[in-house]
Design a protein around this ligand. Sequence first.
Ligand SMILES: Cc1ncc(C[n+]2csc(CCOP(=O)(O)OP(=O)(O)O)c2C)c(N)n1
Ligand SMILES: [Mg+2]
Length: 544
Amino acid sequence: MAETNIAETVIEYLCSQNVRHIFGVLAHTSFALGDAIAKRPHLRFINSQHEGGAGNMALGYARAAKKPAVCLVSAGGGATNIVTAVAQAYKESVPLFVISSDINTASSSKGAWSSFHGMEHVRLFEPITKQSLKLERVEEIGSVLDSLFRLTTRGRQGPVFLIIPADLQGASLPEPLTFSPTADPAAPSIDSRSAEMAVDLLLKATAPVVLVGTGVDWSGAQREVQELAELLSLPVATSYTAKGVFPEKHPLALGCLGVGGRPYAREFFLKSDLILALGTTFSEGTTLGFGHRSISDQAKIIQIDIDPDELGRNYPTQLSVQADVKAALCAIIDGVKSKRPSTPDAGGGGRVQEIQQAKQAWKSDLDKKTASEGLTYDSVLKTLNELLTGTEILVTSGMTGDLLRNIDAATPIIHAGEFRAIGTAFATSLGVKLGLPGARVVCVSGDGSFMMEQQELATARFHNIPVLAIILRNNAYGGMKRDQLHHYGGRVIGTELFVPDLARLAELFGAKGYTITRPEEVRPILQKSLESNDSVVIDVKVDK
Ligand SMILES: Cc1ncc(C[n+]2csc(CCOP(=O)(O)OP(=O)(O)O)c2C)c(N)n1
Ligand SMILES: [Mg+2]
């Protein structure tokens, strides 16, 4: 068999795992890896303008395609530039395989101070990855690749980091390794005693509710959540990060709980006597600070999560189940059906009605507010909500995510979650579009956030990745400026911005650009932009 080298082996391994996109920026130290990509036309190398953009694209791609995404960066600044995205992936449990080149072994042995790009890469990535490794010996390559790639999706998902010295990339292997596909392990399910207990608790409760996290999305359990909710008329809220994982137009949907939520979701949770928590961490945002502002101290909790470490971590549970959410729900649904054959729940109509009334009251307050306030975040998002057809994928970042409470999300909204990094939405939306090419992907971003990543318009153009970006411009880090004015004697520092004409900027990058300055322009411009599949940037000059 023909001799091969490490770089070829790495890329061949990725192909064997059905990787089709690699996001990153090349350097001299990674040319051998780049060349191995170049030889495989079915692989797309998406070179971003900054490694942070590549990381965010990979995050979006992994969330949209529901599989690990791969990044390729280079020693020194290339690797440090992707740190924010990797930290976010770690916090939000997104599977990323980050490969970096390292300098030659001989140079790194001289110490970080003496060599180009020298630094302690492995240690830098250790606290923000499931595993951070340097390839030290050629013979290790097969097992290192396979164990790291699998680690991204086993148990609680997350990123891994592998650094390969430039000289080792070219080192030869006497013959190519073969990678046989390994069967994924069966999803851990619920034991019959726990399933029975969950069913009993659900049937005995007088006001049970469901809390859905991103674990439901990853496990593909949306249909099961809906079925159980409908069987027992359970109101369903999601965490902030999982907005849209339970479709928000469903009659039992409460939207998000806590940050980014509508007030009525909290009321249902505070009145509940049982919370069925699915793939969610009871985070600071969801619980409004881990106390009892959104989680009743009277409620019993059934918590189901793939990660045993999460069970009971923030609130004591009545029943903790380490299982895949989908597998567990299937067993619980069967149990409910066998104990309660006369479904659907007779009293359920009442709860639906209660939700609908609360929702209506909230919406009419919003209507009044938006009618009197001119061109605002709320009015733009309200119109966007009316125009969405239910198939679009929305992407946002930072605090802008809180403001999406006006959107009735039909599909999961992809955003920085409670990591809340700004400067991430646009690049993330490009990754989402690559993961779901048939969808209209809509990025909603503040102007300050967009200015941190506007250069990725070049990536969209170069690689022909059309998304719609709606930029809400107030020439400021608006939320922060408001809080400075409020709490610091009216003094403002570092929160006012120069933002160029974004429609013209978009045109320079080959996209369509529109500017909105009056409320009546919002609907027609959003409508035609949603209906097209072009790269579009809309610069909305909000009044406040
Ligand atoms: C990477 C990063 N840097 C800083 C922050 C702190 N921060 C939170 S919101 C924000 C400003 C957001 O401004 P903009 O996108 O214009 O939205 P606006 O508040 O005006 O709606 C900043 C700097 C952050 N969340 N992430
Ligand atoms: Mg702003």
